[in-house]
Design a protein around this ligand. Structure first.
Ligand SMILES: *[C@@H]1O[C@H](CO)[C@@H](O)[C@H](O)[C@H]1NC(C)=O
Length: 115
């Protein structure tokens, strides 16, 4: 059952990788923002810029949702390379369009304490 859920989440994240944004899991209902970060890189001629983001829950809470928004609405892409929804950590890999900068708004959501 766990494996099926993981596969499902993985499939969704691969589908979302085509667009500007990556939104998986629950990011609205009864969850709290555990981390909010911005990943930015200046443009570099003819180069794709690659940036990594890592989150690890300090109190070992499971991640409920992940929202990564492309501020530039470019052809940049973002993938989960490790962890994710259902884990207490996540690794994101972001890649800009060739010759373009990178600007992603990252939100990591976990269960509230009272659950
Ligand atoms: C994310 O995965 C897709 C499909 O495997 C790939 O085309 C894309 O380059 C990857 N993006 C990053 C930032 O790793």
């Amino acid at each position: 059952m766990r494996a099926i859920i993981l596969l499902f989440v993985l499939t969704i994240s691969l589908y979302c990788a085509d667009g500007d944004h990556l939104v998986v899991g629950n990011v609205a209902d009864r969850v709290v923002l555990a981390d909010h970060a911005t990943a930015e890189y200046n443009a570099f001629p003819f180069m794709k810029r690659v940036k990594y983001y890592f989150f690890s829950s300090p109190d070992n809470k499971k991640i409920q949702g992940i929202q990564v928004l492309d501020n530039l609405h470019s052809k940049a892409s973002v993938n989960i390379t490790a962890g994710g929804v259902g884990h207490s950590f996540v690794n994101l890999r972001m890649k800009s369009e060739r010759g373009k900068g990178l600007s992603y708004d990252i939100g990591i959501y976990v269960s509230p304490d009272f659950q």
